[in-house]
Structure formats: structure tokens, C-alpha cells
Design a protein around this ligand. Structure first.
Ligand SMILES: [Zn+2]
Length: 338
């Protein structure tokens, strides 16, 4: 990986990004085509139960997404019509919300499967499959949270293959589209050091980049400047966009930046963080080796930003460094990331 990596490549390195699924936008209004696809042997459903995804543990302690054929659920009444996700390698994918009874049926017929939290497992899955699950989970969450019209309170009805809702009250007819909350996440640097913070609720000694939601009336850059001042009382000299990541926990889209601070003066600004600290690129591996700090979750763009900064500073791959600190090899139990 080059320190001057182009932005398209940079975003594909972030987990859940770069799936490049053909989203079949032209077929979203074609209900009969979708019905036909649900009878196709190649079609697969991505089942979701209470925002959890169906996975199975593999022999090497990783996780595999479990997709099911529509015929496996045909004996049950559907909660909602399956949502058209798209096509990859001649296979059409739909997301489907399952109820408790359907959940039991699927667990019974798929050995070693479980409905699990994607956020925990994503690092131990094939990136393409994690990306499809993230896409399905995001739509599932939006549909679940918009069952009723926000204007008149009548029931919403799914349209456009699950990508649009229309109020069932003819006098209202309000349309609702999938919602995403834009957020910024920033690695602040000064000289050979970067600024990381930690929240009290995080695992002990975990530090990460600073982040926050974009507020109404702000550009992404305005949000970067405001958040860093609010959280760390740091003024920025320059900011540079790096990459982005879908983050369906529950509905964010993260825009990652590296910013240069005017000085190392800092203090905790609001109540969001319990500690902030500058870490030099020289001391970072030493602190990691001693277990005095842990890096952010390695599926997050936060880890990617720290890695990109560290590579630029030292020419070394932080991920490889952490792997070497753990002789047992990479995995979700790696102690240097949380
Ligand atoms: Zn309405």
C-alpha cells in the first residue's frame, strides 16, 4: 500500500466498502421481474432477525455468511416483501426480515449457524460478504424504524423493491427514502504525533480517532473543524479527505479525514471523551507491545486512518506490526485492537 494511495482504492480498503454489487436500480419498480427472480435457483436471501445476520463458524474460526434459497421460507408468511439488494456474479440477492418462528427453522436447517452482530464478526468474514450483510442490515434497520408515516401516523407501505416507502393514507401519500446519518472521523496530526481520545464506555486502554455527526447547515469540513474544537479544543491548520465507509451501526456513513493541528495544545472540551493524548509514531508500537493502549476495532475506518498516518510517518504497516505482536495470528481476539 502506497502512502499516496488514490481515494478510490483507499475506500475499498475499508470494511463494508467496495462490494460493487450491481444494485439493479432499473428493476426496483418491476415487481413481476422480482417475483420471477425469487423462483430462480440462483437467487439468495440474506436473512435478518432483529438486526442480526445469519452466519456460521468455519473450521478456521472465521465466519461465513449464510444465504438461503427463497423456497426455504415459502411455508411461512412473510413479515415484509423481500428487499432487492442487487446482483453479483449472476446471483441476485434479496434481504428478508424473519420472525422468531422462521429464525428457529433456519437455525435448525443450517448446522452451526447463528444470528449474530455484524459489528463483532465483520473482521473475521470475507469482505465482500460482510459488505452485502452491511447493506442488507442498513435497509432492514430503516424499514423497521419507518413502519409508520412521520407526517400523519398511518402505516407505510414498501415500494421500489424495498427502497422506498409510501404512506398508506391517500390524503397524505408521503414518501420516505432510506436514511443515512453522515458522520466525520478525523486523525489529527502534528509533527510526528497524532491525537487520539477515548470514551469512558470503551474497553480499557482503547484509544481512537475523534468523530462526530454532521449537523444541519454544515459541510463535512465545517463538521471536522467544529468537532475537533468541541472535543479537544484543538484548532486545525489543514484538513484532507482520505476515504469513506458505510457504517450501519445503526445508520451512519463515515467520511474519514486527516487534519493537521496548529499546535499540540489540547484539553477535553465536552463530556464525550474521558481522555485525549498525543502519541508519537515512535512510542505507538512500544505502547501497543506493552498493552498500554489498544487500537480501534480493525474493521473501522478509524483503524485505517491510524494505519495510513503511521505508514506515512514510518513506512511501516501497522496491521503487520500488530500481527507480529500476536504470535497466534490475526483474529478478533487480537488484543491490540478492540
Ligand atoms: Zn402519511
Amino acid at each position: 500500500m502506497s502512502a499516496k494511495i488514490d481515494r478510490l482504492t483507499a475506500s475499498t480498503l475499508n470494511r463494508f466498502s467496495g462490494v460493487r454489487l450491481d444494485r439493479l436500480v432499473d428493476y426496483r419498480e418491476d415487481a413481476s421481474w422480482q417475483k420471477q427472480q425469487l423462483k430462480n435457483q440462483n437467487t439468495r436471501l440474506v436473512p435478518l432477525w432483529r438486526s442480526r445476520c445469519l452466519v456460521e463458524k468455519t473450521a478456521d474460526q472465521n465466519y461465513e455468511a449464510v444465504y438461503v434459497h427463497p423456497s426455504e421460507l415459502q411455508q411461512y408468511n412473510v413479515i415484509r416483501e423481500p428487499t432487492l439488494l442487487g446482483k453479483k456474479d449472476d446471483q441476485v440477492y434479496f434481504a428478508v426480515t424473519v420472525n422468531d418462528q422462521q429464525r428457529e427453522h433456519l437455525l435448525k436447517h443450517h448446522n452451526n449457524s447463528e444470528f449474530s452482530d455484524l459489528r463483532i464478526l465483520a473482521g473475521d468474514m470475507h469482505p465482500l460478504k460482510a459488505g452485502i450483510l452491511a447493506y442488507a442490515k442498513a435497509l432492514h434497520y430503516w424499514q423497521h424504524r419507518h413502519t409508520f408515516c412521520g407526517t400523519c401516523g398511518a402505516a407505510n407501505i414498501l415500494h421500489s423493491g424495498g427502497h422506498r416507502m409510501v404512506c398508506s393514507n391517500d390524503e397524505c401519500g408521503r414518501q420516505t427514502f432510506p436514511r443515512i446519518d453522515p458522520a466525520i472521523i478525523v486523525l489529527v496530526s502534528h509533527g510526528d504525533a497524532c491525537l487520539l481520545g477515548r470514551q469512558a464506555r470503551w474497553p480499557i486502554n482503547r484509544f481512537s480517532t475523534l468523530a462526530g455527526f454532521v449537523e444541519p447547515g454544515e459541510s463535512l469540513e465545517d463538521a471536522v473543524v467544529r468537532e475537533i474544537w468541541e472535543e479537544a479544543r484543538v484548532r486545525l491548520k489543514t484538513i484532507s479527505y482520505r476515504s469513506s465507509q458505510p457504517w450501519p451501526f445503526p445508520a451512519a456513513a463515515m467520511a474519514g479525514f486527516i487534519a493537521e493541528a496548529e499546535s499540540r495544545d489540547c484539553e477535553i472540551g465536552d463530556n464525550e471523551l474521558e481522555a485525549i493524548r498525543w502519541f508519537s509514531s515512535k512510542e505507538l508500537p512500544q505502547l501497543l507491545a506493552k498493552g498500554e493502549i489498544y487500537m480501534p476495532n480493525r474493521v473501522s475506518i478509524a483503524f485505517q486512518l491510524v494505519s495510513e498516518w503511521y505508514l506515512g510517518q514510518t513506512g511501516d504497516d501497522l496491521r503487520q506490526l500488530i500481527r507480529e505482536m500476536q504470535p497466534s495470528g490475526p483474529g478478533r481476539h487480537n488484543k491490540n485492537t478492540c
